[in-house]
Design a protein around this ligand. Structure first.
Ligand code: ADP
Length: 264
């Protein structure tokens, strides 16, 4: 039995196809999100990679900011539930999840069964999100994928104190003009994102294992800064951008199994 999870975020579109509720046969990411061609392209990529078609999917669940625009979905579910489900599947020892995506950051506390016990979210402001990092990378003329490397060469991380992305951008430009190294500014930017994410995590309650997901989890500089701030190791989920879509595909499997029982 095949089920599909579609996670349409603000920055990217993700599709996971799951076989029998346990084998990930496709996990595709297109780096553009809701309102773009991203969802359709991610879906087509997942189908063409596996040689399957939509009729093969017993159930489809959509999640993410753009989930209500997905016509192929049988059901929509929140990102909080889907990230929790996906992480509990990948890292059964997880108790605290930090998810930093394109437009929001979340801290989720799991109960012993992998269910959501508590969560806190920042979706009101770009600071502390992937968008903040995207803006800073552009100003610093550094590729997102290179930021962790710059961070690892920092000798004296700069202080990025503005709590607003627009002001923080001006602060970074001013530091650049004063000759502060890109390495030290990048480390300061990562520190700023980490302290906001940790603020959410402290409110939710931090308990091992701490697992990070979302696109920003691919930035080892942010992961290191969070780990330093929380004074404990942080596990990065395998393929961290697709955990929401994976959770949606797992929920789709639960729905599909109910359907099979009802039809029997
Ligand atoms: P959403 O679900 O809200 O669409 P994602 O979880 O896909 O967001 O995260 C998007 C963010 O991930 C981007 O804003 C960017 O900062 C970050 N990101 C994406 N790819 C990379 C990469 N290769 N290295 C570092 N950061 C990345």
């Amino acid at each position: 039995m095949y089920t599909m999870g579609i996670d349409v975020g603000s920055a990217s579109s993700k599709v996971v196809i799951l076989k029998d509720g346990k084998d990930i046969v496709a996990g595709e990411v297109i780096q553009v999100g809701t309102g773009s061609s991203g969802p359709k392209r991610a879906l087509e990529q997942a189908l063409s990679k596996t040689g399957l078609n939509m009729e093969d999917m017993t159930t489809v669940v959509a999640t993410g900011y753009g989930r209500f625009a997905i016509e192929d979905a049988d059901k929509q579910m929140s990102e909080i539930s889907c990230h929790a489900k996906g992480i509990a599947f990948l890292v059964p020892t997880a108790k605290t999840i930090i998810d930093i995506g394109g437009q929001d950051a979340k801290a989720i506390k799991l109960d012993n069964d992998g269910g959501v016990k508590q969560f806190f979210m920042n979706d009101k402001c770009a600071a502390g999100t992937g968008r903040f990092l995207d803006v800073m990378a552009r100003v610093l003329e550094v590729e997102l994928s290179e930021m962790a490397e710059y961070d690892s060469r920092a000798t004296e991380p700069a202080t990025v104190s503005s709590t607003c992305t627009v002001f923080a951008e001006s602060e970074v430009i001013s530091q650049l003009s004063k000759g502060v190294s890109i390495e030290n500014i990048v480390a300061g930017v990562h520190q700023s994102v980490a302290s906001k994410a940790c603020g959410l995590a402290y409110r939710a309650g931090v308990e091992d294992d701490v697992v990070m997901c979302g696109g920003v989890a691919q930035n080892a500089g942010v992961v290191r800064a969070i780990s330093r701030e929380l004074k404990r190791p942080v596990i990065v989920a395998p393929n961290p951008q697709i955990t929401g879509a994976l959770g949606a595909a797992l929920f789709a499997y639960i729905e599909a199994s109910k359907k099979v029982v009802n039809e029997a």
